[in-house]
Design a protein around this ligand. Structure first.
Ligand SMILES: Nc1ncnc2c1ncn2[C@@H]1O[C@H](COP(=O)(O)OP(=O)(O)OP(=O)(O)O)[C@@H](O)[C@H]1O
Length: 221
């Protein structure tokens, strides 16, 4: 479960203050698949970064996976993220100098796990996303849809309860986008993973359990 209470996020520079999130209160139940929609600049990515503990809110509280996230030190935050959250980004964020299986193993490097066990788990999730035949390929040798499936494999290899996806089909054509959406749906329905997805695509949003709409940093629906 994810629970945000009274979240405000203000970006301050020398000259201006931007209120990117204003009193956001939201709850996402465990196993729910929700989408976040709204016009450019309304705070969607900021919200996902706050939920993903990548960006600290200016005020408000966050509760997630049974833990109230208070003032955690960076190391604790990194450990919490590694154990509970999987990230999928629009532009994949794969490491180009590593092959597919090594990319997928990355989140496990931070855990004390033997190399053979890491590789076994990475192979398992690559099979799950239909890419076990591309394990030794480099990211540059894959299609966009395949890159995103590798990124999803990397997001789930550590078995996180929550997946955060920021426009996961934004760089894909409609066919590849549909494949990625189907994969996310399976991860939600079959594994009961909680998914929060930012999207500009109404059709895809309608396929999720609930749509949250934002405007100017506020939740409007
Ligand atoms: N690091 C930052 N410093 C200052 N202002 C920022 C920063 N990041 C975002 N903002 C501002 O906060 C607001 C929300 O930005 P955010 O990126 O969350 O919007 P978004 O809804 O994800 O937009 P898009 O759909 O275009 O990606 C915008 O007005 C933006 O200019």
């Amino acid at each position: 479960m994810i629970k945000l209470s009274g979240i405000n996020k203000i970006y301050r520079t020398d000259e201006i203050e931007t209120l990117a999130l204003e009193n956001v209160n939201l709850t996402v139940d465990q196993g729910e698949f929700v989408s976040i929609m709204g016009p450019s600049g309304c705070g969607k990515s900021t919200l996902l970064n706050v939920i993903g503990l990548l960006d600290e809110p200016t005020s408000g509280t966050i509760e997630m996976a049974g833990t109230v996230i208070g003032k955690m030190k960076d190391k604790q935050l990194a450990e919490f993220r590694n154990a509970n959250l999987g990230f999928v980004f629009q532009s994949f964020h794969l490491i180009n100098s590593l092959n597919v299986v090594d990319n997928v193993e990355l989140p496990l490097l931070y855990r004390k796990m033997r190399g053979s066990e890491r590789t076994r788990l990475a192979k398992e999730v690559l099979e799950r996303v239909g890419l076990s035949h591309r394990m030794r390929h480099m990211p540059s040798q894959l299609s966009g849809g395949q890159c995103q499936r590798v990124a999803i494999a990397r997001a789930i290899v550590g078995n996180p309860e929550i997946i955060l996806a920021d426009e996961p089909t934004g760089n894909l054509d409609s066919k590849m986008g549909a494949e990625v959406m189907e994969l996310l749906h399976n991860l939600n329905k079959e594994d009961n993973r909680t998914i929060v997805m930012v999207t500009h695509n109404e059709e895809q949003a309608k396929m999720t359990d609930r749509i949250m709409r934002f405007f100017d940093g506020r939740q409007i629906q």
